[in-house]
Every structure is written in C-alpha cells, then in structure tokens.
Design a protein. Structure first.
Length: 161
C-alpha cells in the first residue's frame, strides 16, 4: 500500500504550480498589454497637442504677416514646426500645409492641415484641419465713415467701425 501512494504529493504540487503559473502568466500578459495601450494613448494625445501647437503657431505667423491676407505672397507651405518643452527638450514636430483661398484676387481665408508626431513614438500621428479667415464686417453692429458720439441714453450692442 505504501508503494502505490508514492508521488501523489509531487503530482499535486506540479498541478497547483501549473495552475499558479498559468494565472501569473495571464495577469502579467494583461498588465503588459495595458501598459503598451497606455503608452500608445499618451503618444496619440501628445500628437494631437503638437498638431494644435503647430496650428496656433501658424495663426500667430499669419497675424504678424498681414500682407499674406492681402495678396497671398509670403505664405510658407509646407512648414515644419518643432514643439519643445523647456524641461524635456523637443517633444515632437508638426508639419503644416497652408492653402490660400482667393476671391477677386484677395485672400479670404487660409486652410491649414497640421500633422503632429510625437518624438517618443513616431508611428502615431494626428491630423488637424483649420480655416483662418479675415475678420468680417458682420462682427460690427454699425459701420460709419464719420466720427460718432454716443450718449449715455444710447444702447450699444456691438462694436462700431
């Protein structure tokens, strides 16, 4: 009877060790997959922010070069903007393509396409589209070609031009 029960303990230990390793491998695989997903999501979000920074830079460029909005000369396209962090250095680049929309020989709007890429993970890129236009006269409540005095009894519901 003693010889027949030998090895039962070893078999039980091996079975439980196998189940434990299977569960440990599953949990470790899930953790690694979630970590990879989190890094990819961070890179995608960073790419969106870099593309938006490129759009904001080009908006600043258009505001400081008003001749572009008059006759379209000086429009730089394609343009690569390098986004940097004071502590981390370069965090990515945004490649922008600008297209001027003309009407009667005057630029009415500029269409921008900004493709942002993170320096940490180049495979995730995000594209943002924007249209910047000249201010319209529809923003003003009154258009006058003379000096205006508005007293305290007058209610003004918008800017004068």
């Amino acid at each position: 009877m003693k010889n027949e029960s030998r090895g039962v303990t070893v078999m039980l230990v091996l079975v439980f060790m196998g189940i434990f390793l299977l569960l440990l491998g599953t949990i470790l695989s899930y953790t690694m997959t979630q970590g990879r997903y989190g890094r990819a999501q961070y890179a995608r979000e960073q790419a969106v922010n870099i593309a938006e920074a490129g759009l904001e830079y080009y908006r600043w460029f258009l505001a400081h070069n008003p001749g572009i909005m008059v006759n379209g000369t000086g429009l730089v396209s394609p343009y690569v903007y390098t986004a940097s962090d004071p502590e981390a250095g370069t965090i990515g680049t945004a490649a922008m393509t600008a297209t001027a929309n003309l009407a009667c020989g005057v630029v009415q709007s500029v269409d921008l396409v900004s493709v942002g890429k993170s320096s940490s993970t180049q495979q995730y890129e995000r594209t943002l589209l924007a249209r910047y236009m000249r201010p319209s006269v529809a923003e003003y409540s009154n258009l006058l070609n003379a000096n205006v005095w508005a007293g305290a009894d007058r209610v003004i519901s918008g800017p004068y031009f």
